[in-house]
Design a protein around this ligand. Structure first.
Ligand SMILES: Nc1nc2c(c(=O)[nH]1)N[C@H]1C(S)=C(S)[C@@H](COP(=O)(O)O)O[C@H]1N2
Ligand SMILES: [Mo]
Length: 292
């Protein structure tokens, strides 16, 4: 059988209707979270795709929208390695074959204290990890972004150490809220948001959501992560959204909702970005001011 390429599998074709989403959600015990999501008013497509952080394309919020269209996202190969049963260099379509694309409307909170609400499509990272087979002894998942300076002008500058790297503890990676996102608003992932596939961990600061993933590694060591390598006292490995643990240079108690308008003012930051019922137990007994 011919394996479909990523370019053959459009998110539109896999877009689920609301009834299917809620049925699937009930099966995963995510009904409360998604019911709350129904009450969220998503940001516009223009806001979500026009105000971005993606330093491979520049440090300005409008640089990714201006520059990311030059990135070639098909064909796309993802290396799967480390402590897995089925390592290999997978075409993205092959990697996602058999996995269910779901819609998730999540709050999104950048460590810089701005926020949005984004309707993603994607597969759970858990479903992908189950497909590739995590070996016993693996404790973390590490991710890397593409390195291609000829199409990513920011990589010609020493702003960060490339590739952009991120990681999760295995239980965080297996959590049903953790998504590998492939689209927004039913359209394929825009380049500036991390096409063709990026991580979304809604209870963590946005920098955990590594874009344009080309490598997924299972390891027993806590992985090196880009912003932590850059400034360990400002950006921790956990990066859980927490209104009571301030960034050394600014408060995290409140946030600015993009698109709300100047007069709307700021809104309170929610512990775990509002997903505490689902994820607080992952951190039971941990000092979150130490493990920030
Ligand atoms: N490869 C890569 N991934 C990245 C970044 C980046 O600079 N490079 N920025 C991060 C930060 S700081 C945030 S807030 C989110 C922004 O995602 P968005 O542009 O889709 O809102 O992407 C994250 N993923
Ligand atoms: Mo961010």
């Amino acid at each position: 059988m011919k394996t479909p390429r990523w370019s053959d599998v459009t998110p539109e074709a896999l877009y689920l209707n609301r009834r299917q989403i809620m049925a699937g959600a009930a099966a995963l015990s995510l009904a409360p979270q998604l019911a709350r999501a129904e009450a969220l008013t998503p940001n516009t497509y223009e806001e979500i795709t026009g105000y971005n952080n993606y330093y491979e394309f520049g440090t300005g919020k409008e640089d990714p929208a201006a520059n990311a269209s030059m990135l070639t996202t098909s064909p796309w190969t993802v290396k799967v390695d480390g402590m897995v049963d089925k390592p290999g260099d997978y075409d993205l379509g092959e990697l996602l074959t058999g996995l269910t694309v779901e819609e998730r409307i999540y709050r999104f909170r950048c460590v810089e204290a701005w926020s949005m609400v984004i309707p993603w499509q994607g597969v759970t990272l858990a479903s992908l990890l189950n497909k590739i087979g995590v070996q016993s002894g693996a404790k973390y998942v590490a991710f890397e972004t593409l390195v291609r300076p000829e199409e990513m002008p920011g990589q010609k500058m020493g702003i960060l150490e490339w590739p952009y790297r991120e990681g999760l503890r295995l239980d965080e990676a297996m959590h049903p809220l953790t998504l590998l996102a492939t689209g927004i608003y039913g359209k394929p992932m825009p380049n500036q948001n991390g096409a063709p596939i990026r991580l979304v961990v809604p209870w963590k600061y946005g920098f955990k959501g590594v874009k344009a993933i080309v490598r997924i590694s299972l390891t027993d060591q806590m992985p090196q992560t880009t912003w932590n390598m850059m400034a360990a006292n400002e950006y921790g490995f956990y990066a859980n959204v927490n209104p009571t643990v301030d960034h050394p240079r600014w408060s995290q108690a409140s946030e600015r909702l993009i698109g709300a308008g100047l007069l709307a003012g700021r809104q309170d930051t929610l512990m775990f970005n509002g997903y505490g019922d689902e994820v607080a137990s992952l951190y039971a007994g941990m000092d979150l001011a130490v493990n920030y």
